[in-house]
Design a protein around this ligand. Structure first.
Ligand code: B12
Ligand code: SF4
Length: 435
């Protein structure tokens, strides 16, 4: 029964500048679970690679008996389709399966997006895939994932021999000043912003995490396997509601003499309410924070359920900067109900905090999210054919925009151009900071 040769593929995006910026953690955690029960696992990250040529080379080196994809919206979905179509042509007998966030967004196995795919898996893949491989009938269609009983069973695995290639030099990590790597140590989030994919996540968006003790051990293992001394958490959420895990993790790192540097996601309300926690995190080695600002207008923030600030956002951001952190934020426009005045409030916040770096995007309504199910675009989606709806999987925040706001088109174009211009300036300044 055991001993399958499983090839796990991350279709990736075209990123010629830095194709090894993010390890394919979904594939690596599943690979960890499959290896533990005796399967052979190889992971292929196609980020920045030619899809067909890379697949052909892999099929020669190590022909798999099962191929599994991490499927994501946008460019990743286009490359996923290209890879599936290629495999169907050159290796028609090999069963193809898929998991990842795109399954939560498009859970109908009959959707054209899954053409040629035998089974799709909703949610956490580790146990679901182990059970599926153990079942000789290899059930087709939709399989509901099962959460690992504890994420400590998965941890932050360092088994993949290619991980050292994802370590980037100190100059890539402003304010951290050590060679570092992006890592994933949790699932879900403590919040429920109305635009967020986590509302549609299966089996649930409950915040689950690798314990402080296990994380501490695994980061030392990663350090010895890769040489990384900086760890930037890609987790949607690092601060648990009771702050037990984050505080225990900090205590362990302080006891070790704070040998590593860290970055993680936070919310504006965290910066406002927990200055003592930020100070503790700083002592433990945290230096870089990614802030989910999204908008500065209170009306928009309320619609997005981003939390209410009592102090001015400018003061909140400046205080964190003065504590010694560098901040990079995610900031969008085109929100439902947003007016030109609201978007200008966001631009004003950016102008008022010159040290704030940020990534700009235009709102895109994800299906099954509270905001994405409102109004005219949800109605328009309901009228689409299955083919047309599947095509929307290829759209994402960066390259597709129907403008869902109340801002007149010309003003919207101008505001977006201003946001992009500032984004470019701030990111350039951010990376020029060095260490
Ligand atoms: C880091 C990250 C990135 C990195 C790239 C990371 C990389 N190499 O994977 C960067 C910054 C480049 C990036 C870019 C984008 N991203 Co992104 N990203 C993330 C983030 C924050 C973490 C991913 C991660 O490592 N998770 C940890 C691992 C352990 O979880 P996982 O991959 O989901 O894997 C689990 C399950 O999904 C499942 N699973 C995964 N693969 C497989 C395969 C099989 C066979 C099975 C059975 C199960 C299975 O099992 C795994 C373990 O339980 C997620 C949010 C999140 N928390 O997941 C968003 C997320 C994946 N990104 C998303 C999006 C939309 C994008 C962009 C399109 C956005 C944009 N336009 O800029 C781009 C382009 C990416 C693309 N594919 O086209 C969405 C996907 C939405 C969707 N419904 O598909 C997410 C969910 C966030 C969101 N805002 O909605 N992203
Ligand atoms: S804080 Fe981020 S990950 Fe959590 S619900 Fe809001 S947008 Fe989603």
């Amino acid at each position: 029964m055991l001993g399958e040769r499983v090839l796990l593929i991350h279709p990736g995006i075209y990123d010629d500048v830095d194709p090894r910026a993010f390890p394919p953690w979904g594939a690596l955690t599943i690979g960890h679970a499959l290896r533990a029960v005796g399967h052979e696992v190889r992971v292929l990250d196609l980020n920045g690679q030619d899809v067909a040529a890379s697949l052909d080379a892999e099929l020669v080196v190590a022909p798999p008996t099962v191929v599994g994809f991490t499927a994501k919206q946008g460019v990743g979905a286009r490359r996923f389709r290209a890879a599936v179509d290629h495999l169907r042509a050159v290796a028609p007998g090999v069963p193809i399966i898929a998991g990842g966030p795109l399954v939560s967004t498009f859970p109908d196995p009959a959707s054209p997006i899954w053409r040629g795919v035998r089974t799709i898996f909703l949610g956490d893949g580790e146990q679901a895939l182990v059970s599926w491989l153990a079942d000789r009938s290899r059930p087709a269609g939709l399989v509901h994932g099962a959460e690992p009983i504890s994420l400590d069973d998965v941890g932050v695995p360092s088994w993949w021999p290619e991980l050292p290639g994802y370590v980037h030099p100190a100059r890539s990590w402003p304010n951290m000043g050590v060679p570092g790597i992006h890592v994933a140590s949790a699932r879900g989030c403590t919040r429920r912003c109305t635009f967020c994919y986590l509302n549609a996540q299966y089996p649930g968006a409950r915040f689950r995490f690798v314990s402080a003790a296990r994380l501490h051990t695994d980061l030392w293992s990663l350090n010895s396997a890769t040489g990384a001394r900086g760890f930037y958490f890609v987790d949607d959420c690092f601060i648990d509601r009771a702050q037990e895990r984050v505080r225990e993790f900090c205590a362990r790192m302080i006891a070790d003499g704070a040998p590593f540097r860290f970055g993680c996601d936070v919310q504006l309300t965290d910066l406002e309410r927990y200055p003592d926690l930020l100070a503790l995190m700083y002592r433990a080695g945290f230096r870089s924070l990614y802030v989910g600002v999204e908008s500065a207008a209170p009306e928009t923030r309320k619609r997005l359920a981003k939390g209410v600030l009592r102090a001015a956002a400018t003061d909140v951001l400046n205080r964190a900067l003065d504590t010694g952190y560098v901040l990079r934020a995610s900031i969008g426009i085109g929100w439902p109900g947003e007016t030109g005045a609201h978007a200008r409030q966001t631009l004003a916040l950016i102008d008022a905090v010159p040290r704030l770096a940020f990534d700009a995007y235009r709102y895109y309504p994800l299906p099954h999210t509270p905001l994405g199910e409102r109004g005219r675009w949800a109605a328009a989606r309901a009228r689409m054919s299955a083919e047309e709806f599947a095509e929307t999987a290829f759209q994402d925040y960066s390259d597709h925009n129907d403008d869902y706001s109340e801002i007149p088109a010309a003003e919207y174009a101008e505001l977006w151009a201003r946001l992009r211009e500032r984004e470019g300036e701030r990111l350039a300044a951010y990376f020029a900071l060095g260490h």
